[in-house]
Write a protein that binds this ligand. Structure first.
Ligand SMILES: *Cc1c(COP(=O)(O)O)cnc(C)c1O
Length: 747
């Protein structure tokens, strides 16, 4: 019996070839096992169970038709073939489109159904697919997906690679790396599922399930690969459905279902690999030799049965002598890139992927919907933009979108009013630092907002625009800087950022140098790292806090403030944090004996989230506060960027077009938030004057500054008709893009 086994890469993220060979050897001690590899750097070629090694050129250099003919010859001569590589299986399925009796890999139709992320092959298995979207969506929509899923998301490639992305910059970077590595734009983002990683491996022959095993991971490598595990039986119910799936797909060969089991016991499918997993010999060691079962079913020759009662296995590192025929080459130069094993796999898997794409586009990642990748620009943005005559404006320039801003402030006021209750008023406070432009502060005043400042100078600015001292709230750790700018009469509220700060506020109140109706505490968020506010997450700190609250003058109301940007932690986590803050506040109230009359929930909402999720739930906020903190009379929300961000745009002009590299007269000095979230961009056709939204493309927009990182747009679809002098407008630039912009490179 002659058995060919491929996929011999044996690093910390190994292919299964060595494990398959060990299992086949255990079942058939006399078999001739040939290892197939495409690089002499795959250390599995030195493994002793291989009687011989069939070493090919790397995929990039391999003559595929010639190689296919050679494989056909060895199959015709009675050799069996077990593939340890997804892409090789895919290629073989394509080459042998009618199968081959000696080829123990799934047919093409079955492989197509394992394409991620939808994995149609799962059929009726009691298993869900975590929510996903294709990265062909617009940046704006992708960012929304990440916020909605608490920035617990994975960026995944079509075959391999899963990268946890926690922020926009990382997402943009790895999207670029993966799509150029795998020559496809068809990546996807998938919501993270918390839970335990588990796998099922099985073997099937011509649509019949032969054997399967369940494996709970017990230890992991840094890349989350199995290091130790425990095997068990697959439940009868699951097995019945698996049998059906195998039948429906007419599966032949090994397979692995990679899953996560969430705390409620629900299974989530991450992928179906069309080959045995690298830990497969762990199954043999614990009683089920699945590769041997496959050979047995195909050949009719009985395999030796494994004898063991142990159900757990672990890995160790082994040194093996190098085969004399394949002496080691020197270290590779340059050293492979740091990302993932398959992009740097010595056999050149990406080259094979590219060849497969050219052969058969649909075979690989067929299931992403074809969506328009041009962002929808709100009509009110465009209406405001029409009011400017760009020809008259020196660029770069910031454009105030008057009607957009007015509508936003009015809407916020309306929502606060609608969600208020007879004894519980909801009010907005405009955060001055987000954008201290007097036009926004004035809109806040006109719409019944309070003004929220993080320094005495900001409070003074609010007063200049028309706020009264009793309509201002002072916050943050810097409230004693330029203290002389504070008004003499009472502020609406002041929040302490530390116990020292609280003591200082109390003594200033006693000496009369400071007046405020409400004195409160900013609580430091437990479990979410923050440098602000007073800690509550140790008994000692909590006790100190309660003791300090007891010293608060009786004439002052007491209040609580917390703030953490939902745009950073996501909406789900924000609501969770809000609930937990209510709980902590209720304890503070009980233990200190001071009623909490004011609750301030900070800001940090992305504009679309405030519109969608937040205003929907405002009523629920009031209801929860009434329940948990019945003494609260006023809830303050401090939207800053939710209102300011859409209110300004930045106009620039194209200076020069060098192919895909386009230089503009704007820069990151006018758009410092470029790195943190996407901005919707429109380009003006200079002939027609029409503004056209830009989707994704190959253009890089370089800023005018002589700095490497001055890039204001990557992968932008600038139309071919664009010319130097054309105007570009970046929307969503009214918050920190304005307040944190700086003057640079202007002499
Ligand atoms: C900055 C700030 C806000 C506003 O935050 P945005 O992210 O601009 O919405 C609200 N409250 C406090 C205390 C702040 O420091």
């Amino acid at each position: 019996m002659k058995i060919y086994i491929s996929g011999l890469h044996s690093g910390t993220n190994p292919q299964p070839g060595v494990g398959i060979a060990r299992s086949v050897r255990a079942g058939y001690p006399g078999a001739e096992i040939i290892g197939v590899e495409y690089s002499n750097r795959s250390s599995g070629i030195h493994w002793t169970d291989f009687d011989d090694i069939w070493l090919q050129r790397p995929w990039a250099e391999l003559n595929l038709p010639q190689y296919a003919a050679q494989i056909e010859k060895v199959l015709d001569a009675g050799g069996w073939w077990i593939s340890g590589s997804d892409l090789e299986s895919l290629w073989l399925a394509d080459v042998f489109s009618n199968g081959h009796p000696q080829l123990l890999t799934p047919p093409l139709a079955a492989l197509e159904q394992t394409a991620k992320p939808n994995i149609a092959a799962r059929g009726a298995l009691p298993i869900k697919i975590p929510t996903f979207v294709t990265t062909e969506l617009t940046d704006w929509e992708l960012h929304a997906f990440c916020r909605e899923h608490d920035w617990r998301v994975w960026l995944k490639g079509p075959y391999y690679e899963a990268i946890r992305v926690r922020d926009w910059g990382t997402l943009e970077h790895f999207r670029q790396v993966l799509s150029s590595g795998w020559t496809t734009e068809r990546l996807f983002l998938q919501a993270h599922v918390s839970g335990y990683e588990q796998s099922i491996s099985f073997a099937a022959y011509k649509g019949e399930l032969l054997e399967c095993v369940y494996m709970h991971k017990r230890d992991l490598t840094e890349e989350n690969k199995t290091w130790a595990g425990e095997t068990s039986e697959v439940s009868e119910d699951f097995k019945t459905k698996l049998r059906q799936m195998v039948k429906d797909t007419n599966w032949t060969g090994g397979a692995e279902l990679e899953m996560v089991c969430d705390p409620a016991g629900q299974l989530w499918l991450l992928e179906i690999n069309p080959r045995f997993p690298a830990w497969i010999h762990g199954s043999t060691l614990t009683g089920k030799n699945i590769p041997a079962t496959l050979i047995e079913a195909a050949s009719g020759i009985k395999a030796q049965k494994p004898l063991t009662t142990n159900r757990q296995f672990s890995r160790v590192i082994l040194e093996v002598p190098v085969r004399a025929r394949f002496p080691l080459p020197p270290l590779p130069e340059p050293l492979p890139a740091a990302l993932g094993h398959s992009l740097k796999h010595p056999a050149g898997l990406t080259a094979l992927a590219e060849k497969l794409h050219r052969r058969n586009q649909t075979a690989v990642c067929a299931q992403t919907q074809n969506t328009a990748s041009v962002p929808a620009i709100p009509t009110e943005f465009l209406a405001d933009l029409e009011k400017f005559d760009l020809a008259e404006i020196e660029t770069p320039a910031s454009l105030f979108l008057q009607q957009t801003a007015t509508d936003l402030f009015q809407k916020a006021a309306k929502f606060a009013q609608a969600a208020s209750r007879p004894n519980l008023k909801i009010v907005n406070a405009y955060s001055i630092k987000t954008n201290p432009d007097a036009r926004l502060i004035k809109l806040a005043k006109e719409n019944g907002f309070l003004a929220e400042g993080i320094s005495p100078l900001e409070i003074r600015k609010a007063l200049t625009v028309g706020f009264k001292p009793e309509e201002t709230i002072l916050n943050g750790p810097g409230k004693w800087w330029r203290q002389e700018a504070l008004p003499k009469s009472a502020l609406r509220a002041i929040f302490a950022d530390s116990i020292n700060d609280l003591n200082r506020i109390i003594s200033a109140l006693q000496t009369g140098t400071l007046k405020a109706k409400t004195v409160g505490l900013r609580l430091r968020t437990p479990n979410v790292a923050s440098r602000f506010g007073i800690s509550i997450d140790s008994p000692g700190a909590f006790q100190e806090l309660v003791a300090a609250v007891r010293t608060l003058p009786r004439e002052n109301e007491f209040g609580v403030h917390f703030h953490f940007a939902s745009s950073n932690i996501g909406l789900g986590q924000w609501w969770h944090l809000f609930e937990s803050m209510l709980g902590w506040s209720a304890s503070i109230e009980r233990l200190s004996g001071r009623k909490i009359e004011l609750l301030d929930a900070g800001g940090g909402w992305f504009p679309d989230d405030l519109n969608r999720s937040f205003t929907d739930q405002m009523g629920n906020v009031a209801y929860r506060v009434e329940e948990m903190l019945p003494n609260v009379r006023q809830i303050v929300f401090e939207p800053g960027k939710a209102l300011a961000q859409p209110s300004f745009a930045v106009a620039m002009r194209v200076l020069e077009i060098n192919g895909n590299e386009v230089v503009v007269d704007g820069s990151i000095a006018e758009l410092p938030m470029y790195f943190f979230y996407p901005h919707r961009i429109v380009w003006q056709n200079s002939r027609t004057g029409v503004w056209q939204p830009l989707g994704r493309g190959n253009t890089q927009l370089f800023g005018r500054l002589c700095m490497e990182h001055d890039v204001v747009g990557t992968n932008v679809g600038l139309p071919a008709e664009a010319e130097p002098g054309d105007a570009l407008v970046f929307f969503d630039a009214g918050a920190y893009d304005q307040s944190m912009s700086y003057i640079f490179g202007q002499g």
